[in-house]
Design a protein around this ligand. Structure first.
Ligand SMILES: [Ca+2]
Ligand SMILES: [Ca+2]
Ligand SMILES: [Ca+2]
Ligand SMILES: [Ca+2]
Length: 109
């Protein structure tokens, strides 16, 4: 029963441990919990295990959209600043009201 869930939890804890050990003393403790350390709307464990984003950085790829916004609102890649590869960052496209998932859609010059 619930074997898969336990495996995921164990993997998450292991990943958290690796991260914890790689951080300076003191700030890694909350990584083990379900907290949202960087306030981007994704729990630490989700970021480590599911999205591979940085649980201490709200905007992992630096495109101007928080990881949570990319995953839950715009469905863009939180690890890629220009998801559709049209030369415009996801954040710029959202600001200009074009589609960050469509390379044919980008702001006019
Ligand atoms: Ca987070
Ligand atoms: Ca981002
Ligand atoms: Ca992005
Ligand atoms: Ca783009």
């Amino acid at each position: 029963m619930k074997k898969k869930g336990m495996l995921v939890l164990a993997a998450c804890l292991a990943a958290g441990l690796v991260l914890f050990l790689s951080l300076p003393r003191g700030i890694g403790e909350d990584i083990f919990s379900d907290d949202d350390e960087d306030g981007d709307g994704l729990e630490n464990c989700e970021e480590i295990e599911e999205y591979e984003t940085d649980p201490m950085e709200e905007d992992t790829d630096g495109d101007g959209l928080d990881d949570g916004e990319e995953v839950e609102t715009y469905e863009t890649d939180p690890l890629e600043e220009d998801t559709d590869g049209d030369g415009w960052d996801d954040g710029e496209e959202v600001e200009e009201d074009t589609d960050p998932l469509d390379e044919e859609s980008y702001p006019e010059d």
